[in-house]
Design a protein around this ligand. Structure first.
Ligand SMILES: C[S@@+](CC[C@H](N)C(=O)[O-])C[C@H]1O[C@@H](n2cnc3c(N)ncnc32)[C@H](O)[C@@H]1O
Length: 150
């Protein structure tokens, strides 16, 4: 069996459509429960986050009991290109490293089901993310909650 860590080599960023921009898909079948990657970027406190003009790549996290934000716009990895779906196939897990003193909550992505080669990887951005958005969701799911916006 192929070790899961080798699978990081096989994701491709593709042009989804002009409205949604880039997306991510695997070039091989990915079993359920596979670690996809960690959402990385600049770690910002609330003040710094509120000064960012572009909220496209902001993702909320925590350090201990405090809220922080990860901004993947200027530094980050391919997970920042994962789009939203109301029927997602990837789950976000809040992970803390045992040995880490900073108590940063790492946002780690895992497949929620078998994902076939070429099928787009998607997560649920959550209700608060859709709160102030001026565009409709284009996920195409029958269960789409934001097709007319929020
Ligand atoms: C974290 S980025 C994802 C990558 C993005 N597609 C790109 O090309 O950079 C989030 C942005 O992608 C687009 N997006 C993601 N999911 C979407 C959806 N279901 N419907 C419409 N736009 C979506 C929106 O423009 C959103 O602000």
């Amino acid at each position: 069996m192929t070790p899961h860590y080798l699978l990081v080599e096989i994701y491709e960023i593709f042009a989804r459509d002009p409205w949604c921009g880039w997306g991510v898909r695997p070039c091989a079948d990915i079993p359920a429960g596979t670690f996809i990657g960690e959402y990385t970027g600049e770690l910002l406190d609330d003040t710094q986050a509120s000064e960012r003009h572009d909220s496209t790549f902001l993702f909320e996290t925590r350090v201990g009991s405090e809220t922080f934000t990860i901004d993947a716009k200027y530094s980050g990895n391919y997970t920042r290109f994962i789009n939203h779906s109301c029927s997602p196939n990837v789950k976000v897990a809040n992970v803390s490293w045992d040995s880490e003193e900073s108590q940063l909550v790492h946002m780690c992505f895992f497949t929620d089901k078998l994902i076939k080669c070429g099928e787009e990887l998607t997560i649920d951005y959550g209700e608060s993310w859709w709160e102030n958005k001026k565009f409709p969701c284009l996920c195409g799911s029958d269960e789409c909650r934001y097709r007319f916006g929020k």
